[in-house]
Design a protein. Structure first.
Length: 284
């Protein structure tokens, strides 16, 4: 299996890189100690691989780490071992979505704007199945729909410990995905989720007119603890793209605040609209 960069491994690698540079040690010193290549050192310091416990101790000795630095490095090493980036049903993801799911697993807050579909973390299984079936031409046909839905369910299990703020275009609420019964259940699920203290759902009404991201696909901002910078993921059919430039990330964060504070209905008004649409579907 190819080495995968993760946030936790990268934090450990950056810490070891800083210690190495402060000590004046080079790739040659690393090779002399471990008999490993410069490429291995680079992958470790960039968060693709982690050192073994024995190698970590040797490196800390080579770099002259203090007792406090040793304790911090050991704590980072333990964090890097955690399973948050191991994805259930990983084959169900495109490469871009797989990276996103790993990043989402480390996030403390998700802010998302969706124009045409209910955000994945808020989808019911039946709704998610219908969306998956509709997009088959853009997805791996060898992945069964139930496997893709199971992968989504594994992400949703994080919701109790995650802050989620979803801004959804009213169009996504009117689109009857999977038929009236499926959509009615989906809208009822949104109402139920909106009652959770860690989840905020707002709707951009048709009357709001044009807004900044409506010409593109969904945009999701991830926030992390411990001072890690936020990142933004732009999703489109069959793939996605990361926005890493701090200035551009800030534009998306400010845009989200504009949408939530000035354009979208309040959470209470949004719930009222969702309830009205769910009732209308139930009566059809």
């Amino acid at each position: 299996m190819a080495a995968v960069q993760t946030r936790r491994k990268r934090k450990l690698g950056q810490f070891l890189n800083a210690l190495r540079k402060r000590s004046g040690k080079t790739e040659i010193d690393y090779h002399a100690l471990t008999r490993k290549t410069q490429s291995t050192l680079s992958r470790m310091e960039n968060g693709y691989i982690s050192p073994s416990w024995t190698e970590l101790g040797a490196l800390l000795g080579l770099y002259g780490a203090t007792d406090a630095e040793r304790r911090e490095a050991e704590a980072l090493w333990e964090d890097a071992k955690q399973d948050s980036t191991r994805l259930a049903n990983a084959a169900a993801y495109t490469p871009e979505a797989r990276t996103y799911a790993r990043q989402e697993a480390d996030a403390t807050e998700v802010r998302t704007i969706e124009m045409i579909v209910i955000p994945g973390l808020l989808q019911t299984a039946a709704y998610a199945s219908a969306v998956r079936l509709a997009g088959q031409r853009f997805l791996d046909p060898s992945v069964p729909v139930d496997q893709a839905v199971a992968a989504l369910a594994s992400r949703q299990r994080r919701l109790p410990g995650l802050r989620l703020h979803a801004v959804i275009d009213e169009a996504a609420l009117h689109r009857v995905v999977g038929g009236p019964e499926v959509m009615q259940d989906q809208l009822s699920h949104l109402l139920e989720m909106s009652r959770q203290t860690n989840i905020v759902i707002q709707v951009i009404p048709f009357g709001a007119g044009a807004y900044g991201t409506m010409s593109g696909g969904g945009a999701t901002a991830l926030r992390f603890d411990e001072g890690d910078p936020s990142s933004v993921y732009l999703e489109y059919a069959g793939g996605g793209k990361w926005v890493d430039n701090p200035a551009d990330v800030e534009k998306y964060l400010l845009h989200f605040e504009d949408m939530a504070g000035e354009v979208a209905l309040s959470p209470k008004e949004s719930a009222s609209l969702i309830r009205k649409l769910a009732t209308a579907l139930k009566e059809t």
